[in-house]
Design a protein around this ligand. Structure first.
Ligand code: GLC
Length: 409
C-alpha cells in the first residue's frame, strides 16, 4: 500500500475516533482517540500511548493532547487508571457487556502495561516541546514510583498484575490455570474473572491487600518488559540527575529478574511467575518473546528465542506473523470465536514492539518480513483490532485505533 493511502486511512480513523469535550464529573477538558467508537468508547491507557505515537506522524498537537488528557487522570498518589470514562453516558451499555474493577464510577482502579514514559519521550522528540516534557516528568515519576511501591511486594523489580486485563492481553491462555477456567469461551473467561472480582470486592483499591490474597498475583513478562523499557525512557528524559539513576537502577533490576527468574533455558522462553511462591506459568504466548524489546538483553538469549520460536513455522512463523499464541499450542485459535481474544490472532501493537526489537538486535530481515506482512494485512482487511495469522482476515473491532501504529513501523 502506498504510504499516502496508509496515512489517509489512519488519519480518517484517528479523526473519526477523536473525542473532545469537558467531562461532567471533573470539569476537565479531554481530547483523545477512542480505540473504537462502538466497542471501546472511552480512554484506555496503553491504547492512548500507541495513538500518540501514531499521531506523531500526522498531528503533533493531537499527539500531545492525547497524552496530556491521559496524564490529567493521574490521582494524587501517582496512580493512572487503565480506563477513564470521560463520557459517562456511554458507560451503562459498556458495563452491560464487560466487567471493570472500580472504586470510583468514573475510572478503573487497575493498571495497563506501563508504556507511558516511552510515549511521552517519543512525543517530546517529535515536538521538541520543553513545556510538554517538563509538565509530564513529575506525573511520570509519581506513576512509576507508585508501581514500584504498590506492585512489587517482594522488591525484586518485577511488578505484579492483579487481574488479566491489567496485562492488556485479557483472555490469554497463559492465565487459564490460575483463573481455573472450565469453559474455554469468552463467557467462561468472564465467569472465572467474576470469582476474582468477588474476592477483591471488599478491598478494591487497596492493591497491597489484594496482592496478599494471592488470588491473581502475576509477575507478567509482557508488563515487566514494557516497565523496564519505559523506565529507560524516563531516565533518558531526566538527564544527568539522581532521579535518572533511581529509574535506571530499577530498569536494571527488572531486566535482571526477568533473566534470573522468568527465563527458562531448556524451552528458550520467558514465563510469568504466579503467586508469592513465584511458580512459573509454562504457557508460551507472544508475551514470552517480549523481553526482546530490551536492547540490553544478552544476544545468545535473543538468538535462542528467534530460532526456537519466532522463525519456527510450527510456532510463530505463520503467513501473517506474529500470532498471539504459537500454532503448536493446544490453546491456539486463529479465528475469533466470540471475542475470546489474545488466543491466536496477530495484533499490530505486538508486531510493532517486536519488529523494532528484532531490528535493534540485528535481525533486520526478519523484522522487515513482519513489517511487510503487517502492511499487507491492513491493505487486505483495513485497520482491524487483530488478524487471522493464516489469511489476514480482519477480526474484532473495525477502525481500530492502535493498528495505526503501522505508521511507526
Ligand atoms: C482489549 C485489549 C486491551 C485493550 C482494550 C481496548 O481489552 O485486550 O489490551 O487495551 O481492548 O482496545
Amino acid at each position: 500500500m502506498e504510504r499516502e493511502a496508509l496515512e489517509a486511512g489512519a488519519r480518517q480513523i484517528l479523526l473519526t475516533n477523536l473525542r473532545r469535550g469537558v467531562a461532567d464529573w471533573n470539569g476537565k477538558e479531554f481530547s483523545f482517540v477512542v480505540p473504537s467508537l462502538r466497542g471501546y468508547p472511552f480512554q484506555w491507557f496503553w491504547d492512548s500511548c500507541f495513538h500518540a505515537i501514531a499521531l506523531t506522524h500526522l498531528d503533533l498537537d493531537q499527539a500531545k493532547a492525547e497524552l496530556t488528557t491521559l496524564m490529567s487522570a493521574a490521582l494524587p498518589d501517582g496512580f493512572i487508571p487503565h480506563i477513564i470514562f470521560w463520557e459517562m453516558e456511554k458507560q451503562p451499555e459498556f458495563l452491560a457487556r464487560n466487567i471493570v474493577g472500580m472504586v470510583s464510577p468514573n475510572y478503573s482502579s487497575t493498571i495497563q502495561p506501563p508504556i507511558l514514559a516511552y510515549a511521552v519521550e517519543r512525543v517530546y522528540e517529535a515536538t521538541g516541546d520543553q513545556n510538554f516534557k517538563d509538565n509530564s516528568l513529575p506525573i511520570l515519576m509519581a506513576y512509576y514510583r507508585w508501581l514500584r511501591v504498590n506492585r512489587d511486594p517482594d522488591e525484586d523489580g518485577l511488578i505484579s498484575v492483579i487481574q488479566p486485563e491489567e496485562a492488556g492481553t485479557d483472555c490469554s491462555p497463559k492465565y487459564d490455570e490460575v483463573l481455573g477456567i472450565e469453559d474455554l469461551t469468552n463467557q467462561g473467561f468472564i465467569s472465572a474473572l467474576k470469582k476474582v472480582y468477588d474476592v477483591y470486592e471488599p478491598i478494591r483499591g487497596d492493591d497491597k491487600k489484594i496482592l496478599e490474597t494471592n488470588v491473581f498475583h502475576i509477575e507478567d513478562v509482557l508488563v515487566n518488559s514494557i516497565y523496564s523499557f519505559s523506565l529507560r525512557a524516563l531516565a533518558r528524559m531526566l538527564g544527568d540527575s539522581s532521579e535518572a539513576t533511581e529509574f535506571n537502577q530499577e530498569a536494571d533490576k527488572t531486566r535482571d529478574s526477568l533473566l534470573s527468574k522468568c527465563w527458562d533455558e531448556k524451552t528458550a522462553a520467558f514465563y510469568d511467575l504466579s503467586g508469592t511462591d513465584e511458580s512459573m506459568l509454562k504457557t508460551v504466548t507472544i508475551s514470552s518473546l517480549m523481553p526482546l524489546i530490551l536492547p540490553d538483553l544478552p544476544s545468545q538469549i535473543v538468538d535462542m528465542v528467534v530460532e526456537k520460536w519466532i522463525l519456527s513455522e510450527e510456532e510463530f512463523w505463520l503467513p501473517y506473523p506474529l500470532p498471539s499464541v504459537p500454532a503448536s499450542s493446544s490453546k491456539f485459535i486463529p479465528g475469533n470465536p466470540g471475542g475470546f481474544i489474545w488466543r491466536g490472532p496477530t495484533w499490530i501493537n505486538t508486531n510493532w514492539f517486536l519488529s523494532h526489537a528484532l531490528r535493534r538486535h540485528g535481525y533486520k530481515e526478519v523484522a522487515e518480513i513482519i513489517v511487510k506482512k503487517s502492511y499487507e494485512a491492513i491493505e487486505l482487511s483495513g485497520y482491524r483490532e487483530y488478524y487471522n495469522p493464516y489469511t489476514a482476515e480482519g477480526l474484532g473491532a473495525r477502525d481500530f485505533g492502535w493498528s495505526t501504529l503501522i505508521l511507526d513501523f
